[in-house]
Design a protein around this ligand. Sequence first.
Ligand code: NAP
Length: 511
Amino acid sequence: MSPIAPKICAVITARTCSDAREALALAGSCADIAELRLDYLEDFDFENPTALRPLLEGRNIPVIITCRLPEEGGIRKVDEGTRLRLLIEGAKDYADYCDIEASRYSEATALNPDRSKLIVSYHNFSETPEKIDEIYSGLLRLPAAVHKIATRAVSVSDNIAIFRLLERAQNDGAQLIALAMGTPGLISRILGPSRGSFLTFAALERGAESAPGQLTVKDLKSVYRLHSLTPSTTILGIIGNPVLHSASPAMHNAALSLLGLDAVYLPIEVDEPRSFFRDFVNPSTRRMDWNLRGFSVTIPHKIAAMELVKEIYQPALNAGAVNTVVLDGEVTRGYNTDIQGAIEPLARLRSLAGARCAVIGAGGAARAVVCGLIQNGGNITVFARNPDRASDMARQFGVNVAPLESLNNGKFDVLINTTPVGMGGHSEDQSPVDPTAFTPGVIAYDLVYNPPVTRFLKDAHLSGCTTLSGLDMLVAQAGAQFKLWTGLEPPLELMMEAAKRHLGFSHQAGK
Ligand code: NAP
């Protein structure tokens, strides 16, 4: 079989030979190449390279065989002579490539390998070392078909070293797989092939990852449209920590795809926003040559981002937080779409002018809600458990404040929960208020979106209230971001469907 130009490599981590065969067939239907991790197999005869035949014959995809040592990230100790013989003989007779660690190169070459099937690899599970260029040069002195460098990204800036290596390899005419492992390295896994990486590894399904930060084949293909990315693709994304479970990549990439835009939205795990702005954003200092158009900012960087952008729009100043950055030539602009996102769904249900609104909580989301309600003429009381945070809001926004326990029925037209109480994995099935706080005809709005129907909304529904879920805000604020970056009307229904799919909701939520 002649190797194709591969991009997505499905890693097979099956425990039995029969599961591995099935997984290889599945990989053949969705990926470009597969890596069979022999060290995961429990019923495989490692002494006997011919044991590969029933696994690999009839395959419809090129296959790399790998049998990783425990100290190189593998899970099984196999006698070293047996392991190398299995890989070298196995590649000659059955597989398309075998992966040999650079530290074992001389032992492997003593077995007379077919060098056109050899991948020589370097792994570093603790960091991306400063001397990565020397490591690359040393690796390339070991003749092979493909060279591989996989290091751990301690911070997002480590991706830059990986992208530089890929550039070097292209200039050198070398076939290189380069990636940064771990969640800060995700962008190298998604953008690597468009910048010359021979392939990117992916899990066949969630839970079957063989290395930290690996995405699934399905996500790389359908969410990130990996095969259509090029070095000139416009880059958008979300910075924060954590970002891996954010619904934003699902929503924005679905919208970009529907509108046929050459753009991708990436999850970018960032611990130090100042370094991120320096290395990836500000045109005069950035070390990354990419077509960045803007990004979402999430917890915990929404306040820090205020100081890092060049211009801030008034609503973001009022809310004291930036959740959206737009790059316009040399200028970075900070916006806050949480305000618009929080109010739009509510304003569709009733006029807010003069509406008596109880805002529960006094954190970042509460500030966005209060700003929006003020703009729309709402009459606001903030109910908070922490009197200091409440009085800060009273001072800044001129709203009424009251202790949370004093919230009772009959006095409000709209009740808005801006606390995390009721969130899945946090305080699911709890409500920040007593059910008696709800009376018929009131609108109950919960900013929590997972689950889509919280205890707060269930109690409200039982009391005859109209309910509104945080999903509506999630989609509305994302829609406003999309418009800022692209200038186009966001396909909100599609974004809602993408968010629900990502969050695992199958039914219409919150209404
Ligand atoms: P935050 O800044 O940490 O503020 C949380 C607020 O809730 C604080 O006032 C906190 O009080 C209060 N609180 C926490 N636990 C409480 C409890 N058990 N009882 C009473 N009050 C409690 O967080 P945030 O950024 O505002 O986010 C809050 C929630 O809104 C999260 O669930 C988030 O997912 C959701 N949200 C949703 C969207 C959306 O698009 N739907 C957007 C933004 C936020 P203390 O000050 O006393 O700690």
